[in-house]
Structures are given as structure tokens and as C-alpha cells.
Design a protein around this ligand. Structure first.
Ligand SMILES: NC(=O)c1ccc[n+]([C@@H]2O[C@H](COP(=O)([O-])OP(=O)(O)OC[C@H]3O[C@@H](n4cnc5c(N)ncnc54)[C@H](O)[C@@H]3O)[C@@H](O)[C@H]2O)c1
Ligand SMILES: [Zn+2]
Length: 354
């Protein structure tokens, strides 16, 4: 096991990579029965391994990451007579941890909480760093707070039941971490691609531990995202637009193919091409990125038209005004954040995705 630490403004957060759900009782405050919040898939698979305590269950999918779900959970906490001394344990992927972190932060102005992170994506990204919240109307992650969980347990054995597409989704964020600040990690993924897909224990331990090391270091420097932390948004400007377009698809099968990591994969390819256009990356660098993502069963070719992407990306204008911070790659393993106008980004999108 490896433990990482984030010293947040509201307290310390410990992230334990390689710890087991079966040891959860030693992390919960003594004498306190936790309220567990999970999703229906995780409850079905691992409910019998949960610690004692009431279990509140939410549905699955980005569409349930809403204020209605939050309100529903808050009402259930009230009916359980929860008080300031309560402890909330979120067990699940990024949807569960984003929602639970928010619910725990606003219930009675904040109660103690921790996570057992069950998806690869949440272990390497979503559950670490204290960002939480929900979507509002068409706007992703529009409402939320920064607040660190007391602990995050990354139990690698839980990953064995993940659908294959979800393993690839998580690998997308690991690739992101390597591209923005760790060229050695990038080479390691390239050399251990199949082992990563097969969840080989040593390989996955290194990938999760290195990702958590990167993320916790960046968050420690800039918890509330006023500088360095913006680099973690590499691939997410266009990625979020793609994620939104994917969700709007009516076909159930297409929705299953959606997924945050898959959208980020496309967003990273677009950001790499934009970096090339700006003279930062070479064609060889871009090819290396696309080959790696393809090899991890991630999509690299957008099937949306430029005007669709531009429209979906402009939703973020609400957050940022007429310009935005776009994350470029100066070279493989080094990110550079630049403030650019929406007009410049839109010109780029039009020139590449007609
Ligand atoms: N807060 C942050 O810093 C941050 C960072 C990255 C992503 N996110 C958010 O995270 C969300 C995506 O997270 P996710 O990919 O974990 O999605 P998710 O929580 O929807 O999990 C994906 C699917 O896998 C299932 N699952 C999870 N663990 C499993 C297991 N061990 N075995 C079998 N099935 C399992 C879930 O039930 C779900 O169906 C998005 O909403 C994204 O915006 C947040
Ligand atoms: Zn992400």
C-alpha cells in the first residue's frame, strides 16, 4: 500500500492506494456508524462487504448527477436523524464520489466524509482532490464546492468487476496525467499497454499510485484552481463538449459507449492537434498520442461536426466569459495553460473538424 496526502484548506486528506475495502472499519471514526451512499451496481456487487450502517442507493449515469439527486439524499439523511456527528461514506465511482462529497459538504453546513473509490477513473482522478458537485441543466459540474474527503481508499481488487469500457475510461485520465507532467509514466504505459488493460496487479498499482501522486501534488499547490491545477483540465474543454453531445444521443447503446474517459480521449487528441498547430508538438508527438489512446481501446476520431462541437463547448462560456484557459502540450510530459478567446478555439475546431 502507498499513502498520499493532500493538506487542504479544510483539513487533511489521505489517499490509500492498494488498501482493501475489508479494512474500512479502521478508517471510520471510532464509535460512529457511517451512512453509506453508493450506486445500485456497487450495492449489488459489494453490498455484502459494506460496513454496518444504513445504505442509501442512487442510480447510475451522468444524467443522475443532479440537484434533484442531492435533495433526495439530503431528505433521506434527515429522516435517518443524522446530525453534525454523522459520518458519510461514499462507495462508488466518480458519479457517487462527486455527489457524496457535495452532499456531505452542505448537509448541516458540512459533516465528515470519506470514500471507497471503486472505478479506475475515480481512483486516479475523480475521488482525489476535493472537487465535488453536480450538473445543472446543460452545464457540467456547475454547482459544487472544494472540500477534501478525510480518506480515499483505492482498493485495486474492486476493479476486477469493472466493465472493459470503464477500464479504458480510467486509462484515459492516466494518459492525461502522463502527458501533462510525466514523460516516464507515458513510456511506462506505452510499454505495458496490454498489462494495463488486463489489470495486471503490479502494473495497475504503479499506474494508480503515479496518477494519485501527480494529482495530489498539483492539488496541494493549487487547491482551488487558480493556476497549476488548470493543467489537469487537459483534453477537457473539447472533451466536455463531446461528453455532452454523447449524452444527448437517444440510442441506449451509444450512451453506454459515452463515458467521461472516452470523451476526454477525443478532447486530448483535439488539444494535441491544437498544440501542433501552435507549433508546440510535432506530427510524431501527435501520432504517438493517438496510437497510445487507440491501443487502450479509446476513440481518437470525432464523429461530430465542427458546429456541433462549437455549440456544445460554448456552454462553458457561462463559467469563463468570452475567453478561456486552454491547456496545450509544450512537449510530451509538459503542459502549458494559455488564455485564448473562444473565437480562436472555434477557428481551430472549424479548421480541423469540418
Ligand atoms: N471531481 C473530480 O475531480 C472529477 C475528476 C474526473 C471525473 N469526474 C467525474 O467523474 C464522473 C465519472 O466517473 P466514473 O467514470 O467513475 O463513472 P461512474 O461512477 O458512472 O462509474 C462508471 C460505471 O462503472 C460502474 N462501476 C464503478 N465501480 C465498479 C466496480 N468496481 N465494478 C463494476 N462496476 C463498477 C458504475 O456503477 C457505473 O456504471 C463524471 O461525472 C466526471 O465528471 C470528477
Ligand atoms: Zn476528467
Amino acid at each position: 500500500m502507498k499513502t498520499f496526502q493532500v493538506n487542504g484548506q479544510q483539513g487533511l486528506s489521505y489517499i490509500h492506494v492498494g488498501e482493501s475495502l475489508s479494512n474500512i472499519n479502521s478508517y471510520i471514526p471510532p464509535g460512529v456508524t457511517p451512512v453509506i451512499i453508493t450506486d445500485e451496481n456497487i450495492k449489488g456487487l459489494y453490498g455484502n462487504k459494506f460496513p454496518d450502517g444504513p445504505v442509501l442507493t442512487i442510480g447510475t449515469g451522468e444524467k443522475i448527477k443532479t440537484l434533484a439527486t442531492v435533495e433526495n439524499l439530503l431528505k433521506q439523511l434527515i429522516s435517518l436523524y443524522c446530525d453534525r456527528g454523522s459520518f458519510i461514506l461514499g462507495i462508488g465511482g466518480g458519479i457517487v464520489t462527486d455527489i457524496v462529497g457535495f452532499v456531505a459538504s452542505i448537509f448541516l453546513r458540512g459533516v465528515r466524509f470519506g470514500f471507497v473509490s471503486t472505478s479506475l477513473l475515480s481512483q486516479v482522478d475523480a475521488s482525489v482532490g476535493g472537487k465535488n458537485g453536480v450538473n445543472l441543466s446543460a452545464f457540467k459540474n456547475m454547482v459544487g464546492v472544494f472540500n477534501q474527503p478525510e480518506f480515499v481508499i483505492c482498493d485495486l481488487d474492486l476493479l476486477k468487476t469493472l466493465p472493459k469500457a470503464e477500464i479504458s475510461n480510467g486509462l484515459a485520465e492516466i494518459v492525461k496525467h502522463s502527458l501533462i507532467c510525466d514523460a516516464d509514466l507515458l513510456a511506462f504505459i506505452e510499454n505495458n499497454r496490454q498489462k494495463a488493460l488486463d489489470l495486471d496487479r503490479d502494473t495497475i498499482f504503479r499506474l494508480v499510485a503515479d496518477s494519485v501522486a501527480i494529482k495530489s501534488r498539483v492539488v496541494q499547490q493549487d487547491e482551488k484552481e487558480s493556476g497549476e491545477r488548470r493543467k489537469l483540465n487537459f483534453g477537457h474543454t473539447i472533451g466536455h463538449a463531446v461528453e455532452k453531445l454523447n449524452q444527448d444521443k437517444s440510442n441506449k447503446e451509444q450512451q453506454v459507449q459515452a463515458g467521461h474517459g472516452r470523451a476526454v480521449s477525443l478532447g486530448m487528441v483535439a488539444a494535441a492537434l491544437f498544440s501542433q498547430k501552435k507549433g508546440m508538438l510535432s506530427q510524431k508527438d501527435v501520432d504517438r498520442i493517438t496510437a497510445l489512446l487507440k491501443g487502450l481501446n479509446l476513440p481518437v476520431e470525432l464523429d461530430y461536426k465542427a458546429d456541433q462541437i462549437i455549440k456544445a463547448a460554448s456552454r462553458d462560456k457561462k463559467k469563463q466569459g468570452s475567453s478561456l484557459y486552454f491547456v496545450f502540450l509544450e512537449c510530451l510530459g509538459k503542459a502549458r495553460v494559455e488564455k485564448i478567446s473562444y473565437a480562436e478555439m472555434n477557428d481551430f475546431i472549424t479548421s480541423v473538424f469540418t
